[in-house]
Design a protein. Structure first.
Length: 286
């Protein structure tokens, strides 16, 4: 496969070493974050270096996944309903049939778990509402809580570079390449603590409804909480990646969270293999 100069630059920024046969760069001239990443095994002089292995793709279906019903397009914003108020601990009924406008206003006013009291704002998600790709992360952090958008800051910048490397973007200038990005939790856990099980269970219907509305061709689940919540498992990412799972009939590929990759650059090559798997799944979906 031949890569554009921009894709090669993005992969270097991800910290993925040059492993494709056509590359013959002089690494000493490219001092980026990739310098901290380990060098993949090098073949004999003159021979191409093998890419990180993209594992075979047995399909693992989640047993509780219900069939997805056809979903209509969201109505015009003029139909935006009034916020649905709910007491603490209760989630409004009918989330599984809400359109985009109702879902947005319901999440914005939700207090179905204690995080509703400590957040600055709920972080609903961003991107194209009928994107082929959906990215699912864990929960808003401090900056996301302040700005109202998922995956901002350094981890968000790395996610953007990862998306660009496979010709995707969260920007609005190229709808055909857009993704929809959402978190399992819509509100920030105080002090960035881990999400609690009851918070995940209360918030999960919103994410599942987002998936039903987007109807993506592939979901990329990033990080332990997103993966374990979506797949209903306690297995670590290392045992779940490299396979295609299904949730609500949608193929799901799992990978590491960009924040983890910033702390563990050695695993960026594994994340790149996961992106390649997800891209393959998307291509097969037509
Ligand atoms: S985290 Fe989810 S369930 Fe909890 S208050 Fe926010 S939107 Fe509601």
């Amino acid at each position: 496969m031949r890569w554009t100069e921009r894709q090669r630059a993005m992969l270097r920024e991800m910290g993925v070493p040059p492993f494709w046969p056509e590359e013959a760069e002089a690494p000493a001239e490219t001092v980026t974050e990739s310098a901290a990443a380990p060098v993949l095994p090098v073949a004999a002089a003159g021979a191409p270096v093998a890419p990180p292995a993209v594992p075979q793709r047995p399909v693992a279906a989640t047993p509780a996944a219900p069939a997805r019903a056809p979903i209509g397009r969201p109505p015009a914003m003029a139909d935006k309903p009034a916020p649905i108020e709910a007491p603490l601990g209760a989630r409004p009924a009918g989330v599984d049939t809400m359109d985009w406008a109702a879902l947005r206003t319901t999440v914005a006013s939700c207090h179905a778990c204690s995080l509703g009291a400590s957040r600055k704002q709920a972080v609903f998600g961003v991107g194209h509402e009928q994107a082929d790709w959906m990215i699912v992360g864990e929960a808003p952090g401090e900056q996301e809580d302040r700005e109202g958008e998922p995956f901002v800051g350094r981890a968000g910048q790395l996610l953007d570079r990862m998306l660009h490397a496979i010709d995707l973007t969260r920007g609005e200038d190229a709808p055909a390449r857009q993704v929809f990005i959402a978190n399992v939790l819509k509100c920030r856990p105080p002090a960035n603590r881990n999400p609690q099980p009851q918070e995940v269970s209360q918030c999960e219907p919103y994410l599942l409804r987002q998936m039903a509305l987007v109807q993506p061709k592939v979901v990329l689940a990033m990080g332990r909480f997103a993966v374990q919540s979506l797949l209903k498992t306690s297995e670590p990412i290392g045992k779940l990646r490299g396979r295609v799972h299904t949730v609500q009939g949608v193929p799901v590929v799992v990978t590491y969270h960009p924040a983890y990759l910033l702390r563990n650059p050695a695993d960026k090559a594994l994340a790149w293999a996961d992106l390649c798997l997800a891209r393959e799944v998307r291509a097969e979906a037509g």
